[in-house]
Write a protein that binds this ligand. Structure first.
Ligand code: FAD
Ligand code: NAP
Length: 556
């Protein structure tokens, strides 16, 4: 393969051929573009949205912010960037994270190689030429040696099919596809369907505006306080002074890529009093690290119950109406087996006189009416409906692309019973096609930017390795993939995760195969495995010089 100089994205020459096509311009696609260009590869990035930022471009709902602290939920690849960017709050709000993405795009000149408002519809592998033909929503095609799917794990917003929705006369929103113009609920009767992280962040804000807010809850979720606050200059500086060590620890020592005190024991090794003190300390300091108090909370149900009981007790303390408190107390899954939510005043919002919680597990939604929602036994009059119903996670955006690999087989056919990858990076039968944070990698179980940077670095190094050796075709082998899939499944089975109907399992999408998709081994162990594979000449991958020199000359 010959690496060519970067070309402006919209020139005719650039539209026909590139070394690498990248799908998606969220944090993954952006960093990948930067790294590949540094290595001298020509790159075309396609993004269906109107600008960079991915998640933070689409999820503009009230209250949207990160749940990993911003000083850690940020790129580490440029020291100047991390020294110079000022995060205002412990958990930056969505507009600030989007502004950060935009700043990164400006700083590294990324937009010139990104074609926005353009969806990738198909990618077809030509076995003889060992390259992909990518077709986009504007009808253009691009050929590329490599395609990288940086399509995001939570980028395919899911609207449930509920009878009557098309007849609703009010405004309909989805948190994951929020309008760019401000939405004002002042004086309106608003219904929110769903009680996952997106609802838990937006409900307290919507409740302040709406004349009446009705929250339709199917499954109660565990949430812990964020304790969000302005960051002081001293707090920022403490991170900046120690960034090399903090980033190293996040990558190597932390299972989820978030630096935190590590537990030295299991929950049942402490007395009840000591346990409650420790849970209270984490509840008081706030954030996702609540699940890090003990080392067996996601392994042992009895241990897990102690952490879950603490949160259930807190809900009962905060929520004044015991019937509502009871409904808000999760009772059908271990804490942490669905992603734990991080909130600001979520439970207290149910003490407001204008907020009502409706149990749609007991009384399901029957249909949407032109002016509201009908559950079994009751109608609720509404002016606006907010769907906080989540995503077809991890595989949803990949499945929307017609990806045709060796022998005319599509990726959707191959993944019909659930996704199969080697290391979450490639799938056998689909040479030269990479995934970022794909199923089978730590991905959504981690600080995603840590995982994104690791995948991007690994893929970039790999492509450079191939170029140096005159190789141009790479594919996961079947035995390596089978072994990895078995390992990923086995790792999940040893935990409490499969006990929840979560999106990690595909359980939120009717008909989707139920398989625990991310790899639970932790980012440090996983990174080591990926590094070892590379050191051993990309063990488990077949690499070849598939295209003769004459064909290459003819193609260039
Ligand atoms: P995305 O940001 O999803 O970007 C993928 C892009 O690909 C999208 O812009 C999409 O439009 C584009 N795309 C997809 N298919 C196509 C196609 N066929 N053609 C063209 N373009 C396409 N993670 C954390 O670690 N910490 C957090 O605090 C956190 N908070 C979150 C809050 C919300 C509301 C959500 C939804 C997710 C959150 N996440 C968080 C996960 C978040 O998705 C990742 O942290 C990260 O932003 C993912 O980056 P990405 O580039 O991989 O994917
Ligand atoms: P989610 O966690 O999947 O929650 C979706 C909610 O909608 C659930 O309560 C679900 O109920 C409900 N629902 C789905 N279909 C329904 C239907 N047909 N009828 C009634 N209720 C229905 O989605 P999300 O809240 O958007 O969060 C997804 C992920 O994005 C999070 O887990 C997190 O990783 C990320 N995120 C992070 C933050 C943050 O704090 N930084 C914020 C938002 C999102 P069931 O549980 O019964 O299916």
């Amino acid at each position: 393969m010959t690496a060519s100089q970067p070309q402006p994205a919209n020139s005719p020459a650039a539209s026909a051929r590139a070394d690498v096509v990248v799908v998606g311009a969220g944090f993954a696609g952006m960093y990948l573009l930067h790294r590949l260009r540094e290595q001298g590869f020509s790159v075309r990035v396609f993004e269906q949205g109107g600008d960079v930022g991915g998640t933070w471009y689409w999820n503009r709902y009230p209250g949207a912010r990160c749940d990993v602290e911003s000083m850690q939920y940020s790129y580490s690849f440029s020291d100047e960037l991390q020294q110079q960017w000022d995060w205002s709050e412990r958990y930056a709000p969505q507009p600030e994270i989007l502004a950060y993405a935009s700043h990164v795009a400006d700083r590294f000149g990324l937009r010139r190689d990104i074609q926005f408002n353009t969806r990738v519809d198909s990618a077809v592998f030509d076995e003889a030429a060992s390259e992909w033909t990518v077709t986009t929503s504007d009808g253009a095609t691009v050929t590329a040696r490599y395609v990288v799917l940086a399509t995001g794990c939570l980028s395919n917003a899911r609207m449930p099919e509920i009878d009557g929705l098309d007849q609703f006369k009010g405004q309909v929103y989805h948190t994951g596809h929020w309008p760019h113009e401000p939405v004002d609920f002042t004086g309106l009767r608003v219904g929110v369907i769903g009680t996952g992280s997106s609802a838990i962040q937006s409900v307290p804000i919507i409740a302040e505006q709406a004349s009446r807010l009705t929250v339709f809850q199917r499954t109660a979720n565990f949430s812990v306080p964020a304790r969000n606050a302005q960051l002081t200059a001293e707090e920022r500086q403490a991170f900046r002074d120690n960034y090399p060590e903090i980033r190293r620890r996040a990558r190597e020592e932390m299972r989820n890529g978030i630096v935190q005190p590590l537990p030295d024991r299991g929950a049942l090794d402490d007395t009840e009093e000591a346990r409650r003190e420790k849970y209270l300390a984490r509840w008081t300091s706030g954030g996702l690290t609540y699940m890090g108090v003990y080392n067996n909370l996601i392994l042992d149900k009895a241990a897990n119950d102690t952490a879950a009981d603490f949160v259930r007790d807190k809900i009962a303390e905060i929520v004044q109406d015991p019937r509502v408190a009871k409904l808000l107390q999760p009772d059908n899954h271990p804490i942490g087996s669905k992603r734990i939510c991080v909130d600001t005043d979520y439970y207290a919002t149910f003490n407001r006189p204008n907020v009502e919680l409706v149990d749609i597990r007991a009384n399901p939604i029957e249909r949407i009416l032109p002016d509201g929602v009908r559950t079994t036994g009751q109608d609720y009059k509404l002016d606006a409906l907010v769907f906080a119903t989540g995503f077809d996670a991890m595989t949803g955006s990949v499945a929307k692309i017609e990806i045709v690999g060796r022998g005319g087989k599509t990726l959707n056919q191959k993944w019909a019973a659930g996704p199969r990858t080697y290391l979450g990076l490639m799938s056998e039968g689909f040479p030269n096609l990479f995934l970022i944070t794909g199923p089978g990698s730590p991905s959504v179980l981690s600080n995603m930017i840590v995982s994104i940077e690791q995948h991007v670095d690994w893929i970039t190094d790999c492509l450079s390795y191939m170029r140096e050796r005159g190789l141009d075709c790479m594919e996961a082998t079947r035995p390596a993939e089978d072994k990895w899939v078995a390992h990923v499944n086995e790792a999940a089975q040893g935990t409490l995760y499969p006990q929840a109907n979560s999106w990690y399992m595909g359980a939120n999408v009717p008909g989707k195969p139920q398989i625990f998709m991310p790899y639970i081994g932790g980012v440090g162990a996983y990174r080591q495995i990926c590094n070892d594979v590379a050191t051993k000449g990309y063990e488990g991958f077949a690499m070849s010089a598939a295209v003769s020199a004459e064909r290459k000359a003819a193609a260039s």
